[in-house]
Design a protein around this ligand. Structure first.
Ligand code: PEP
Ligand code: MN
Length: 359
């Protein structure tokens, strides 16, 4: 992917983050148009709406299908906004191109499937399409699969290509609907510095109140834009109701976002990074010290024939540390992961001591 071109639209300032907004799904002509009018009035220039909806289970709203493409055409005519929708099959691509949609995106369930990606790529190539395409990360945290999906589209002759970070599925209940795992899009950025990355805080957060902090975090990390779900009547939305914002709230959030200038002097950054290097060294020293003490405890347990893991002690340690850490404004999911990892390494070190017959 050596020859990537910027995703630029006439009349949209490319020095600002690319903002795409609109409902999760196109539901009715009235809902599409009322949302589009309000978004346009709030300065949004690129409209999104899902026409075909991939649903985890049967029985959910699967999108209005091709008739919704006409509504997008009306949005464009009436508001002058550019339009975008999700495609997952040959037929979707053909119908969206035919309807004059301005940008396509590929969803997370589709980008996880190389057969579907190749079918989409072949259709784009066959049509000689010259349209920007955004590829969402696959549902599973697999950077190579994401890159593979992007490469298939690039090889189809699409050079106005971008990636959408929408978080990754996990089992169980968490703060986020899809875990951000920021290191994955950051690694993508390091591998392909000229590939624009757009953040989708709606599908990461899954809840309205998480959109603003996630959007800010994405800006702080130098993402190139945001795709945010917005609906004129979010509570009545036929899909993803909990995460959609009214156009007014969206506008408020966008206005409060601090967008840092990536071209400004990097002197301060260098200093801050040196500080981080120093702190990381200290962290490693402290961890190593903790492991040395753990090994001494292991030696004691060995001499007194005690088991390595004592559940009560472990629960106490986690509970008290979690409290201290959350008081220090760190996330509890993060703390649990770190504390568990430290505990596991301590146990491993103690077992090593136990098995060491020379001591
Ligand atoms: C969407 O953008 O509405 C959508 C279905 O997203 P994802 O593919 O990220 O789940
Ligand atoms: Mn959605």
């Amino acid at each position: 992917m050596e020859d990537l071109k910027p995703i630029a639209f006439e009349g949209i300032d490319t020095s600002r983050p690319l903002i795409i907004a609109g409902p999760c799904s196109a539901e009715t002509e009235e809902q599409v148009l009322c949302t589009a009018r309000e978004l346009a009035a709030n300065g949004i220039r690129i409209f999104r709406a899902g026409i075909w909806k991939p649903r985890t289970k049967p029985g959910g709203f699967e999108g209005v299908g091709a008739p919704g493409l006409e509504w997008l055409r009306t949005v464009k005519q009436e508001t002058g906004m550019y339009t975008s929708t999700e495609v997952a099959t040959r037929q979707h691509v053909e119908q969206a191109l035919e309807a004059g949609v301005d940008m396509l995106w590929i969803g997370a369930r589709t980008s996880a499937n190389p057969f579907a990606m190749q079918e989409i790529a072949d259709t784009l190539a066959g049509a000689g399409a010259d349209i920007p395409v955004l590829v969402k990360n696959p549902v599973n945290p697999d950077l190579e699969l994401w890159i593979g999906a992007l490469q298939r589209i690039y090889n189809a002759g699409i050079h106005r290509l971008g990636a959408i970070h929408r978080g990754f599925s996990t089992y169980g209940k968490h703060l986020y609907r899809n875990m951000p795992q920021w290191h994955i899009p950051i690694e993508l950025r390091l591998r392909y510095p000229s590939l624009p990355i757009i953040c989708d805080p709606s599908h990461i957060g899954g809840k309205r109140e998480l959109i603003a902090p996630l959007a800010q975090q994405a800006m702080d990390m130098g993402f190139n834009g945001l795709i945010i779900e917005s609906h004129c009547n979010p509570d009545q939305a036929w899909s993803d109701a909990a995460q959609q914002l009214t156009p007014e709230i969206l506008n408020f959030i966008l206005n409060t976002l601090v967008v840092r200038d990536s071209r400004q002097s990097t002197e301060n950054l260098t200093l801050l990074r040196q500080q981080i290097d120093q702190i990381d060294n200290e962290l490693l020293e402290v961890l190593a010290k903790r492991m040395r003490v753990s090994r001494e405890i292991g030696q004691y347990k060995k001499e007194h024939r005690m088991p390595v893991v004592q559940a009560n002690r472990y629960n106490d340690v986690i509970r008290t540390r979690l409290k201290i850490g959350t008081d220090m404004e760190m996330g509890s999911e993060f703390l649990k992961t770190v504390l568990l990892a430290i505990h596991e390494e301590s146990v491993r070190q103690q077992i090593e001591v136990l098995n060491d017959r020379t001591r």
